[in-house]
Design a binder for this molecule. Structure first.
Ligand code: TTP
Ligand code: MG
Length: 407
Protein backbone atom coordinates (compact mmCIF):
# COMPACT_ATOMS: atom_id res chain seq x y z
CA UNK A 1 0.00 0.00 0.00
CA UNK A 2 1.18 3.49 -0.78
CA UNK A 3 2.42 5.55 2.10
CA UNK A 4 -0.22 7.77 3.65
CA UNK A 5 0.23 11.35 2.52
CA UNK A 6 -0.07 14.26 4.90
CA UNK A 7 -1.38 17.28 3.00
CA UNK A 8 -1.98 20.66 4.55
CA UNK A 9 -4.00 23.59 3.28
CA UNK A 10 -3.18 26.96 4.79
CA UNK A 11 -5.58 29.87 4.27
CA UNK A 12 -5.21 33.29 5.86
CA UNK A 13 -8.24 34.65 7.74
CA UNK A 14 -10.08 37.59 6.12
CA UNK A 15 -6.76 38.32 4.46
CA UNK A 16 -7.02 41.86 3.02
CA UNK A 17 -9.30 43.04 5.83
CA UNK A 18 -7.07 41.56 8.54
CA UNK A 19 -4.09 43.43 7.11
CA UNK A 20 -6.05 46.67 7.15
CA UNK A 21 -7.03 46.06 10.78
CA UNK A 22 -3.45 45.21 11.67
CA UNK A 23 -2.11 48.40 10.11
CA UNK A 24 -4.83 50.70 11.42
CA UNK A 25 -5.80 50.10 15.07
CA UNK A 26 -8.97 52.17 14.61
CA UNK A 27 -10.35 49.45 12.39
CA UNK A 28 -9.89 46.64 14.90
CA UNK A 29 -13.07 45.04 16.17
CA UNK A 30 -15.11 46.89 13.56
CA UNK A 31 -16.82 45.83 10.34
CA UNK A 32 -14.27 46.57 7.59
CA UNK A 33 -15.05 46.19 3.91
CA UNK A 34 -12.16 46.16 1.43
CA UNK A 35 -13.16 46.88 -2.14
CA UNK A 36 -14.58 49.49 -4.46
CA UNK A 37 -15.62 52.95 -3.26
CA UNK A 38 -19.25 52.62 -2.07
CA UNK A 39 -20.01 56.29 -2.91
CA UNK A 40 -22.77 56.36 -0.33
CA UNK A 41 -24.50 53.43 -1.94
CA UNK A 42 -24.12 54.61 -5.54
CA UNK A 43 -20.71 53.03 -6.10
CA UNK A 44 -20.10 50.34 -8.70
CA UNK A 45 -17.71 47.45 -8.27
CA UNK A 46 -17.56 44.74 -5.66
CA UNK A 47 -16.36 43.72 -2.24
CA UNK A 48 -12.90 42.08 -2.33
CA UNK A 49 -13.29 40.81 1.21
CA UNK A 50 -14.47 41.99 4.61
CA UNK A 51 -13.67 41.46 8.26
CA UNK A 52 -15.51 38.82 10.27
CA UNK A 53 -17.37 41.66 12.02
CA UNK A 54 -18.73 42.73 8.61
CA UNK A 55 -19.67 39.14 7.71
CA UNK A 56 -22.18 39.23 10.55
CA UNK A 57 -24.14 41.66 8.34
CA UNK A 58 -24.17 39.16 5.48
CA UNK A 59 -21.46 40.96 3.53
CA UNK A 60 -19.09 38.75 1.53
CA UNK A 61 -16.54 38.72 -1.29
CA UNK A 62 -17.83 39.57 -4.77
CA UNK A 63 -21.00 41.20 -3.44
CA UNK A 64 -21.79 44.54 -5.15
CA UNK A 65 -20.37 47.29 -2.98
CA UNK A 66 -23.72 49.12 -3.12
CA UNK A 67 -25.38 46.14 -1.50
CA UNK A 68 -22.71 46.01 1.20
CA UNK A 69 -23.42 49.65 1.90
CA UNK A 70 -27.12 48.98 2.29
CA UNK A 71 -26.39 46.22 4.76
CA UNK A 72 -23.91 48.17 6.83
CA UNK A 73 -23.33 51.85 6.00
CA UNK A 74 -21.41 52.33 9.25
CA UNK A 75 -18.65 49.88 8.24
CA UNK A 76 -15.20 51.21 7.38
CA UNK A 77 -14.83 51.08 3.58
CA UNK A 78 -11.21 50.73 2.51
CA UNK A 79 -9.62 50.63 -0.96
CA UNK A 80 -7.35 47.62 -1.54
CA UNK A 81 -3.57 48.02 -1.22
CA UNK A 82 -2.43 45.31 -3.57
CA UNK A 83 1.30 45.80 -3.14
CA UNK A 84 1.05 45.45 0.64
CA UNK A 85 -1.01 42.26 0.33
CA UNK A 86 1.47 40.80 -2.16
CA UNK A 87 4.33 41.54 0.20
CA UNK A 88 2.58 39.84 3.13
CA UNK A 89 1.82 36.92 0.84
CA UNK A 90 5.55 36.54 0.20
CA UNK A 91 6.24 36.66 3.94
CA UNK A 92 3.74 33.87 4.52
CA UNK A 93 5.35 31.88 1.71
CA UNK A 94 8.75 32.30 3.36
CA UNK A 95 7.36 31.03 6.68
CA UNK A 96 5.92 27.97 4.98
CA UNK A 97 9.30 27.31 3.39
CA UNK A 98 10.76 26.95 6.87
CA UNK A 99 8.70 23.78 7.16
CA UNK A 100 8.85 22.19 3.70
CA UNK A 101 9.85 22.94 0.11
CA UNK A 102 6.74 21.07 -1.08
CA UNK A 103 4.51 24.13 -1.36
CA UNK A 104 1.88 24.85 -3.97
CA UNK A 105 0.59 28.41 -3.74
CA UNK A 106 -3.04 28.53 -4.81
CA UNK A 107 -3.88 32.19 -4.43
CA UNK A 108 -2.54 35.24 -2.69
CA UNK A 109 -3.50 33.87 0.74
CA UNK A 110 -3.57 30.10 0.47
CA UNK A 111 -1.24 27.24 -0.26
CA UNK A 112 -1.04 23.47 -0.14
CA UNK A 113 1.85 21.80 1.64
CA UNK A 114 2.87 18.19 1.35
CA UNK A 115 4.44 17.54 4.74
CA UNK A 116 4.61 13.76 4.39
CA UNK A 117 7.70 12.57 6.19
CA UNK A 118 8.91 16.02 7.25
CA UNK A 119 10.81 16.15 10.56
CA UNK A 120 8.22 18.56 11.98
CA UNK A 121 5.66 15.78 11.85
CA UNK A 122 7.40 13.69 14.49
CA UNK A 123 5.37 15.33 17.26
CA UNK A 124 2.14 14.84 15.38
CA UNK A 125 -0.03 16.62 12.85
CA UNK A 126 -1.65 19.00 15.29
CA UNK A 127 1.67 20.08 16.77
CA UNK A 128 3.04 20.79 13.30
CA UNK A 129 -0.07 22.72 12.23
CA UNK A 130 0.06 24.74 15.44
CA UNK A 131 3.75 25.49 14.92
CA UNK A 132 3.06 26.76 11.41
CA UNK A 133 0.12 28.91 12.53
CA UNK A 134 2.22 30.32 15.37
CA UNK A 135 5.13 31.21 13.06
CA UNK A 136 2.79 32.89 10.60
CA UNK A 137 1.35 34.98 13.41
CA UNK A 138 4.80 35.82 14.81
CA UNK A 139 6.05 37.04 11.46
CA UNK A 140 2.94 38.73 10.06
CA UNK A 141 0.75 39.42 13.12
CA UNK A 142 -2.07 37.80 11.16
CA UNK A 143 -3.95 34.57 11.71
CA UNK A 144 -4.43 31.60 9.44
CA UNK A 145 -6.60 28.50 9.36
CA UNK A 146 -5.21 25.11 8.49
CA UNK A 147 -6.61 21.83 7.28
CA UNK A 148 -4.63 18.60 7.50
CA UNK A 149 -5.81 15.56 5.57
CA UNK A 150 -4.71 12.66 3.38
CA UNK A 151 -5.37 14.66 0.20
CA UNK A 152 -5.73 18.17 -1.20
CA UNK A 153 -9.47 18.29 -1.52
CA UNK A 154 -10.15 17.24 2.04
CA UNK A 155 -7.39 19.51 3.38
CA UNK A 156 -8.98 22.47 1.61
CA UNK A 157 -12.45 21.72 2.90
CA UNK A 158 -11.00 21.22 6.40
CA UNK A 159 -9.17 24.56 6.51
CA UNK A 160 -12.49 26.30 5.92
CA UNK A 161 -14.43 24.40 8.60
CA UNK A 162 -13.42 26.29 11.71
CA UNK A 163 -12.34 29.76 10.56
CA UNK A 164 -10.85 31.97 11.86
CA UNK A 165 -7.82 30.44 13.60
CA UNK A 166 -9.12 26.96 12.95
CA UNK A 167 -6.99 23.85 12.79
CA UNK A 168 -8.98 20.88 11.52
CA UNK A 169 -7.32 17.50 11.19
CA UNK A 170 -8.92 14.70 9.23
CA UNK A 171 -7.27 11.34 9.75
CA UNK A 172 -7.40 8.91 6.81
CA UNK A 173 -9.88 6.64 8.58
CA UNK A 174 -12.12 9.65 9.31
CA UNK A 175 -12.21 10.89 5.71
CA UNK A 176 -15.49 9.17 4.85
CA UNK A 177 -17.36 10.31 7.95
CA UNK A 178 -15.97 13.82 7.44
CA UNK A 179 -17.12 14.03 3.83
CA UNK A 180 -20.46 12.23 3.92
CA UNK A 181 -22.64 14.89 5.56
CA UNK A 182 -21.31 17.75 3.39
CA UNK A 183 -23.40 19.16 0.54
CA UNK A 184 -22.10 18.04 -2.87
CA UNK A 185 -21.21 21.66 -3.71
CA UNK A 186 -18.23 21.31 -1.39
CA UNK A 187 -16.56 18.92 -3.82
CA UNK A 188 -14.18 20.28 -6.42
CA UNK A 189 -15.90 20.19 -9.74
CA UNK A 190 -19.44 20.62 -8.47
CA UNK A 191 -20.72 23.98 -9.67
CA UNK A 192 -24.32 25.07 -9.73
CA UNK A 193 -25.17 23.12 -12.87
CA UNK A 194 -23.71 19.84 -11.68
CA UNK A 195 -25.28 20.35 -8.28
CA UNK A 196 -28.70 20.62 -9.92
CA UNK A 197 -28.17 17.49 -11.99
CA UNK A 198 -27.13 15.61 -8.87
CA UNK A 199 -30.09 16.91 -6.95
CA UNK A 200 -32.46 15.65 -9.62
CA UNK A 201 -30.92 12.24 -9.03
CA UNK A 202 -31.71 12.60 -5.35
CA UNK A 203 -28.07 13.28 -4.49
CA UNK A 204 -27.71 16.06 -1.95
CA UNK A 205 -24.79 15.09 0.22
CA UNK A 206 -21.37 13.69 -0.54
CA UNK A 207 -22.56 10.51 1.16
CA UNK A 208 -25.50 10.22 -1.28
CA UNK A 209 -23.01 10.58 -4.10
CA UNK A 210 -20.62 7.96 -2.69
CA UNK A 211 -23.52 5.50 -2.35
CA UNK A 212 -24.84 6.13 -5.86
CA UNK A 213 -24.25 3.52 -8.50
CA UNK A 214 -21.04 4.53 -10.27
CA UNK A 215 -22.12 3.31 -13.70
CA UNK A 216 -25.35 5.30 -13.44
CA UNK A 217 -23.42 8.41 -12.64
CA UNK A 218 -21.09 7.92 -15.58
CA UNK A 219 -24.10 7.48 -17.88
CA UNK A 220 -25.41 10.88 -16.82
CA UNK A 221 -22.24 12.88 -16.31
CA UNK A 222 -19.60 11.04 -18.33
CA UNK A 223 -16.03 11.06 -17.17
CA UNK A 224 -16.81 13.94 -14.85
CA UNK A 225 -19.24 11.66 -13.02
CA UNK A 226 -16.56 9.07 -12.42
CA UNK A 227 -14.22 11.77 -11.16
CA UNK A 228 -16.83 13.11 -8.74
CA UNK A 229 -17.69 9.66 -7.50
CA UNK A 230 -14.04 9.10 -6.63
CA UNK A 231 -13.83 12.45 -4.85
CA UNK A 232 -16.95 11.58 -2.87
CA UNK A 233 -15.19 8.44 -1.70
CA UNK A 234 -12.29 10.57 -0.55
CA UNK A 235 -10.03 9.63 -3.45
CA UNK A 236 -8.00 12.53 -4.74
CA UNK A 237 -4.51 11.62 -5.86
CA UNK A 238 -3.48 15.01 -7.16
CA UNK A 239 0.02 15.86 -6.01
CA UNK A 240 1.07 19.09 -4.38
CA UNK A 241 2.85 20.81 -7.24
CA UNK A 242 5.40 23.47 -6.39
CA UNK A 243 5.54 26.21 -9.04
CA UNK A 244 8.02 25.38 -11.69
CA UNK A 245 6.77 21.85 -12.04
CA UNK A 246 3.51 22.15 -13.91
CA UNK A 247 3.69 25.35 -15.89
CA UNK A 248 1.36 26.89 -18.34
CA UNK A 249 1.24 30.13 -20.28
CA UNK A 250 -2.14 31.77 -20.17
CA UNK A 251 -4.10 34.98 -20.61
CA UNK A 252 -7.56 35.92 -19.53
CA UNK A 253 -9.91 38.83 -20.05
CA UNK A 254 -12.69 40.20 -17.88
CA UNK A 255 -15.43 41.93 -19.87
CA UNK A 256 -16.41 45.46 -18.96
CA UNK A 257 -19.97 44.25 -18.70
CA UNK A 258 -20.98 40.60 -18.55
CA UNK A 259 -21.96 39.38 -21.98
CA UNK A 260 -24.04 36.62 -23.55
CA UNK A 261 -22.87 37.56 -27.06
CA UNK A 262 -21.17 34.40 -28.30
CA UNK A 263 -19.35 36.26 -31.07
CA UNK A 264 -17.85 38.67 -28.61
CA UNK A 265 -16.67 35.82 -26.40
CA UNK A 266 -15.16 33.90 -29.29
CA UNK A 267 -13.53 37.04 -30.71
CA UNK A 268 -11.95 37.76 -27.36
CA UNK A 269 -10.78 34.18 -27.14
CA UNK A 270 -9.06 34.62 -30.51
CA UNK A 271 -7.23 37.72 -29.26
CA UNK A 272 -6.14 35.82 -26.16
CA UNK A 273 -4.86 32.95 -28.29
CA UNK A 274 -2.77 35.40 -30.29
CA UNK A 275 -1.22 36.74 -27.11
CA UNK A 276 -0.54 33.31 -25.71
CA UNK A 277 0.97 32.11 -28.98
CA UNK A 278 3.22 35.17 -29.12
CA UNK A 279 4.46 34.53 -25.63
CA UNK A 280 5.02 30.84 -26.25
CA UNK A 281 7.12 31.62 -29.28
CA UNK A 282 9.02 34.34 -27.48
CA UNK A 283 9.92 31.78 -24.84
CA UNK A 284 10.58 29.03 -27.36
CA UNK A 285 7.90 26.84 -25.83
CA UNK A 286 5.32 24.60 -27.40
CA UNK A 287 2.58 22.84 -25.50
CA UNK A 288 0.08 20.13 -26.15
CA UNK A 289 -2.77 20.95 -23.79
CA UNK A 290 -5.11 23.89 -24.29
CA UNK A 291 -7.34 24.90 -21.39
CA UNK A 292 -10.23 27.28 -21.84
CA UNK A 293 -11.71 28.96 -18.83
CA UNK A 294 -15.04 30.71 -18.55
CA UNK A 295 -16.36 32.57 -15.55
CA UNK A 296 -20.04 33.44 -15.43
CA UNK A 297 -21.74 36.44 -13.87
CA UNK A 298 -22.36 34.48 -10.66
CA UNK A 299 -18.60 33.79 -10.46
CA UNK A 300 -18.95 30.07 -11.10
CA UNK A 301 -15.98 29.08 -13.18
CA UNK A 302 -15.64 26.31 -15.65
CA UNK A 303 -12.56 24.96 -17.38
CA UNK A 304 -12.35 22.64 -20.33
CA UNK A 305 -9.04 21.18 -21.39
CA UNK A 306 -8.04 19.23 -24.44
CA UNK A 307 -4.76 17.66 -25.31
CA UNK A 308 -3.89 17.83 -28.99
CA UNK A 309 -1.89 15.32 -30.98
CA UNK A 310 0.67 17.93 -31.92
CA UNK A 311 2.77 20.45 -30.09
CA UNK A 312 1.17 23.86 -30.51
CA UNK A 313 2.57 27.36 -30.65
CA UNK A 314 0.47 29.02 -33.35
CA UNK A 315 -2.61 31.08 -32.70
CA UNK A 316 -4.79 29.35 -35.27
CA UNK A 317 -3.95 25.91 -33.90
CA UNK A 318 -4.48 27.03 -30.33
CA UNK A 319 -7.70 28.81 -31.17
CA UNK A 320 -9.09 25.77 -32.96
CA UNK A 321 -8.74 23.74 -29.77
CA UNK A 322 -9.73 26.58 -27.45
CA UNK A 323 -12.97 27.32 -29.25
CA UNK A 324 -13.92 23.64 -29.29
CA UNK A 325 -13.38 23.66 -25.54
CA UNK A 326 -15.57 26.73 -25.28
CA UNK A 327 -18.38 25.09 -27.23
CA UNK A 328 -18.18 22.07 -24.95
CA UNK A 329 -18.59 24.44 -22.02
CA UNK A 330 -22.18 25.09 -23.11
CA UNK A 331 -22.22 28.81 -22.42
CA UNK A 332 -25.20 29.69 -24.56
CA UNK A 333 -27.72 31.86 -22.80
CA UNK A 334 -25.45 32.49 -19.83
CA UNK A 335 -23.74 35.79 -19.10
CA UNK A 336 -19.98 35.53 -19.29
CA UNK A 337 -17.78 37.62 -17.06
CA UNK A 338 -14.36 36.34 -18.00
CA UNK A 339 -12.77 34.16 -20.62
CA UNK A 340 -9.24 32.76 -20.55
CA UNK A 341 -6.97 30.36 -22.37
CA UNK A 342 -3.75 28.67 -21.38
CA UNK A 343 -1.36 26.23 -22.96
CA UNK A 344 0.46 23.64 -20.88
CA UNK A 345 2.06 20.27 -21.32
CA UNK A 346 5.30 21.69 -22.61
CA UNK A 347 7.61 19.34 -24.38
CA UNK A 348 10.43 17.92 -22.38
CA UNK A 349 12.57 15.06 -23.55
CA UNK A 350 11.22 12.64 -26.11
CA UNK A 351 11.25 13.05 -29.85
CA UNK A 352 9.69 16.46 -30.01
CA UNK A 353 12.55 18.43 -28.58
CA UNK A 354 13.02 21.86 -30.00
CA UNK A 355 14.07 25.30 -28.91
CA UNK A 356 14.59 25.53 -25.15
CA UNK A 357 14.75 21.81 -24.73
CA UNK A 358 16.86 21.13 -27.77
CA UNK A 359 19.39 18.48 -27.16
CA UNK A 360 22.61 20.48 -27.11
CA UNK A 361 25.35 19.93 -29.62
CA UNK A 362 28.36 18.12 -28.11
CA UNK A 363 30.15 20.42 -25.74
CA UNK A 364 27.17 22.73 -25.59
CA UNK A 365 24.36 23.17 -23.10
CA UNK A 366 23.89 20.30 -20.64
CA UNK A 367 20.96 19.68 -18.35
CA UNK A 368 21.81 22.51 -16.00
CA UNK A 369 22.14 24.84 -18.90
CA UNK A 370 18.75 23.79 -20.23
CA UNK A 371 17.17 24.34 -16.86
CA UNK A 372 18.79 27.75 -16.67
CA UNK A 373 17.46 28.69 -20.10
CA UNK A 374 13.98 27.59 -19.13
CA UNK A 375 14.20 29.65 -15.97
CA UNK A 376 15.33 32.64 -17.99
CA UNK A 377 12.41 32.22 -20.32
CA UNK A 378 10.04 32.07 -17.40
CA UNK A 379 11.61 35.14 -15.84
CA UNK A 380 11.29 36.91 -19.13
CA UNK A 381 7.62 36.13 -19.34
CA UNK A 382 7.06 37.16 -15.75
CA UNK A 383 9.02 40.36 -16.17
CA UNK A 384 7.11 41.27 -19.22
CA UNK A 385 3.63 40.14 -18.36
CA UNK A 386 3.52 39.91 -14.59
CA UNK A 387 3.57 36.92 -12.30
CA UNK A 388 0.09 35.93 -13.36
CA UNK A 389 1.28 35.26 -16.86
CA UNK A 390 2.89 32.04 -15.73
CA UNK A 391 0.79 30.01 -13.49
CA UNK A 392 0.70 26.42 -12.57
CA UNK A 393 -1.50 24.34 -14.80
CA UNK A 394 -3.70 23.50 -11.84
CA UNK A 395 -4.40 27.07 -10.96
CA UNK A 396 -6.82 27.39 -13.83
CA UNK A 397 -9.03 24.79 -12.27
CA UNK A 398 -12.09 26.42 -10.92
CA UNK A 399 -15.33 25.08 -9.68
CA UNK A 400 -17.02 22.72 -12.07
CA UNK A 401 -13.82 21.56 -13.64
CA UNK A 402 -14.37 19.09 -16.39
CA UNK A 403 -10.91 18.27 -17.62
CA UNK A 404 -10.45 15.50 -20.04
CA UNK A 405 -7.93 14.61 -22.62
CA UNK A 406 -8.56 12.52 -25.63
CA UNK A 407 -5.63 13.53 -27.77
P1 TTP B 1 -10.29 34.24 0.63
O1 TTP B 1 -9.28 33.36 1.30
O2 TTP B 1 -11.36 33.59 -0.15
O3 TTP B 1 -11.01 35.15 1.71
P2 TTP B 1 -10.44 35.84 3.02
O4 TTP B 1 -9.03 35.45 3.29
O5 TTP B 1 -10.69 37.31 2.93
O6 TTP B 1 -11.40 35.27 4.14
P3 TTP B 1 -11.42 33.80 4.76
O7 TTP B 1 -11.10 33.97 6.21
O8 TTP B 1 -12.80 33.30 4.54
O9 TTP B 1 -10.38 32.99 4.05
O10 TTP B 1 -9.55 35.24 -0.33
C1 TTP B 1 -8.30 35.82 -0.01
C2 TTP B 1 -8.24 37.25 -0.46
O11 TTP B 1 -8.46 37.32 -1.86
C3 TTP B 1 -9.28 38.12 0.18
O12 TTP B 1 -8.83 38.65 1.42
C4 TTP B 1 -9.51 39.17 -0.86
C5 TTP B 1 -9.21 38.49 -2.16
N1 TTP B 1 -10.46 38.16 -2.86
C6 TTP B 1 -10.97 39.06 -3.78
O13 TTP B 1 -10.37 40.12 -4.02
N2 TTP B 1 -12.14 38.76 -4.42
C7 TTP B 1 -12.86 37.61 -4.18
O14 TTP B 1 -13.92 37.38 -4.78
C8 TTP B 1 -12.31 36.68 -3.23
C9 TTP B 1 -13.05 35.40 -2.92
C10 TTP B 1 -11.12 36.99 -2.60
MG1 MG C 1 -8.44 33.44 3.23
Amino acid sequence: MARERVIMHVDMDAFFAAIEQRDNPELRGRPVVVGADPKEGKGRGVVATCSYEARAYGIHSAMPISQAWRRCPEAAYVRPRGDVYAQVSRQVRAVLEEFTPQIEPVSIDEAFLDVTGTPGLSRGKRALAEAIARRIEEVTRLTASLGVAPNKMIAKIASDMDKPRGIVIVEPDEAQSFLRPLPTAKLWGVGEKTREILERLGIRTVGDLADFDQAGLVRRLGKHGEHLWNLARGRDQRPVEPPGEAKSVGNEHTFETDTDDLQQVEGTLMCLCEKVAGRLRAAGLRGRTVTTKVRFEDFTTLTRAKTADDMLDEETQIYAVAVRNLRRADIEGRKVRLVGVSVSGFEEGGEHQTSLFDRPAPGEAGDDEKRRRLAEAIDYIKGRYGDDALRRGGSMQGKDTGDESDG
